[in-house]
Write a protein that binds this ligand. Structure first.
Ligand code: AMP
Ligand code: TRP
Length: 347
C-alpha cells in the first residue's frame, strides 16, 4: 500500500491556504486507500523566533484542526513530531549526506533569512538545516508520496536527492518519495497582496482567512480582496493575479474549474460574493467539529499518544537500518546476535 506522509508547522493559526492546498485533500483522499501519517511538525516551529507558550497552544490547536478537517485516527496516524525521536535521530545522519551549498540554495531559506537579516535579527542555524529535518520526517517512514502545496516541492526534491545519495553510498535504505501537489489551489494567495502566498506565519492581516474566522470576518476579508484594474472577469494568473486567486478559491471550494467559472461572472462584486459564501460553507463543518473536539481535550490527547506510538513503531526499524548502514555500531550486540564478532574485534 502507498505510504503517505505530510505535516504542518505550528507557527501560526491555520489558514484557508493550508486547508485548500493540503489538509482537505489529506482528509478526502489520502487517508483513504493509503497508509497515511499526518504530523504537527512542532520542531520546525523552533527555527524562527518563537514563544514557547504559543508553540504549545498552536500545536494543540493544529492537531485539533487536523481532526476537525476530517482526519480519522482509525484510518490514518496523527501525531506530534517531537513525540517521536526518530525524526531528529535521522536528521543528523542526513546532515552527513547533504551539503551546505544545497541548503543555502533553498528558496524558502533565502527568503526567510533575507527578511530576518533586513530586520537586523540573527538567523537560527536550524533554519538552514530545516529541509534536512523535513527530509528525515519523510524518509523515516518510507513515504512514497508527500501531498503538499507547491511551495514545498523544492524541499521534497531535496528529500529525494538525499534518499538516492544515501542509498547509493551506503546501500538501499530509503524509499525515494515524490511530492503530490493538488490539482487546484496548490497556492492560495494573500487576498490583499496576491503576489505572495496566504501564509500563516505572517502577521495577522486582512488578506489572510483563518480556518477559525467567524463567517462575518471571512465575508469581510473576501469582499475587500484586492482586484485588478479593469472590470472583466478573466482567468489570467500573471496579468490579473487578484481575480485569478478568487477564481481559484471559488473553484477549489465548489469543485469547479477557474477557467470556466470566469465566463460565468461579469462583475468583481458578484465573484467576491459567491467566493465569500463558498468559503463560509467550506469552513462551517470544520468549525463545528472543532468546537466539539475542544470540549473533549482528553480525546485529542489520546489520539496523539496512540499516533506517536504507531509512528514510532514504523520509523524505528528504518532509522535503525540507516544507523547501521552508515557505519554506526548497534548499542546492544545481543539484539543482533549474527554480528557479535565486530564489537569484540574492536575492543
Ligand atoms: P505550512 O503552513 O507552511 O506548515 O504548510 C502546511 C501545508 O499547507 C503545506 O503542504 C503547504 O504547502 C500548504 N500550504 C500552506 N500555505 C498554502 C497556500 N497559501 N496555498 C496552498 N497550500 C498552502
Ligand atoms: N516544511 C513544511 C511546510 O512548511 C512542513 C513540513 C515539515 C512537512 N516536514 C514535512 C511537509 C514533511 C511534508 C512532509 O509546509
Amino acid at each position: 500500500m502507498t505510504r503517505v506522509f505530510s505535516g504542518v508547522k505550528p507557527t501560526g493559526h491555520l489558514t484557508l491556504g493550508n486547508y485548500l492546498g493540503a489538509m482537505r485533500r489529506w482528509a478526502e483522499v489520502d487517508q483513504h486507500g493509503s497508509d497515511a501519517l499526518f504530523c504537527i511538525v512542532d520542531l520546525h516551529a523552533l527555527t524562527v523566533d518563537h514563544d514557547p507558550a504559543r508553540v504549545r497552544r498552536l500545536s494543540r490547536q493544529g492537531a485539533t484542526l487536523l481532526l476537525a478537517s476530517g482526519l480519522d485516527p482509525r484510518l490514518c496516524t496523527v501525531f506530534l513530531q517531537s513525540h517521536v525521536d526518530e525524526h531528529t535521530r535521522l536528521s543528523y545522519l542526513l546532515e552527513c549526506v547533504a551539503t551546505d551549498g544545497e541548503m543555502r540554495r533553498m528558496i524558502q531559506y533565502k527568503e526567510k533569512a533575507g527578511r530576518e537579516r533586513e530586520r537586523g535579527g540573527s538567523v537560527r542555524l536550524s533554519l538552514l538545516t530545516y529541509p534536512v529535518l523535513m527530509a528525515a520526517d519523510i524518509l523515516a517512514y518510507g513515504a512514497d508520496e508527500v501531498p503538499v502545496g507547491d511551495d514545498q516541492t523544492q524541499h521534497v526534491e531535496l528529500a529525494r536527492d538525499l534518499a538516492v545519495r544515501f542509498n547509493h553510498r551506503y546501500g538501499h535504505t530509503f524509499v525515494v518519495p515524490k511530492a503530490t501537489p493538488p490539482q487546484v489551489a496548490a497556492r492560495v494567495m494573500n487576498l490583499q497582496a496576491p503576489a505572495s502566498k496566504m501564509g500563516k506565519s505572517e502577521d495577522a492581516g486582512p488578506g489572510i482567512v483563518y480556518l477559525l474566522d467567524e463567517p462575518e470576518v471571512v465575508r469581510r476579508k473576501v469582499m475587500r480582496a484586492v482586484t485588478d484594474s479593469g472590470s472583466e472577469v478573466e482567468y489570467d494568473r500573471e496579468g490579473r493575479p487578484g481575480v485569478a486567486n478568487l477564481l481559484e478559491i471559488l473553484a477549489a471550494c465548489t469543485g469547479g474549474n477557474p477557467e470556466s467559472l470566469s465566463s460565468v461572472y461579469h462583475s468583481y462584486g458578484a465573484l467576491k460574493k459567491d467566493t465569500a459564501d463558498a468559503v463560509v460553507e467550506v469552513l462551517r463543518p470544520v468549525q463545528a467539529r472543532h468546537r466539539e473536539l475542544c470540549a473533549d481535550p482528553a480525546y485529542v490527547e489520546g489520539v496523539l499518544r496512540e499516533g506517536a506510538e504507531k509512528a514510532r513503531a514504523m520509523a524505528r526499524p528504518i532509522v535503525d537500518t540507516a544507523y547501521r548502514a552508515i557505519g554506526l555500531l548497534p548499542a546492544h550486540t545481543d539484539a543482533h546476535p549474527e554480528k557479535p564478532a565486530v564489537l569484540n574485534a574492536a575492543r
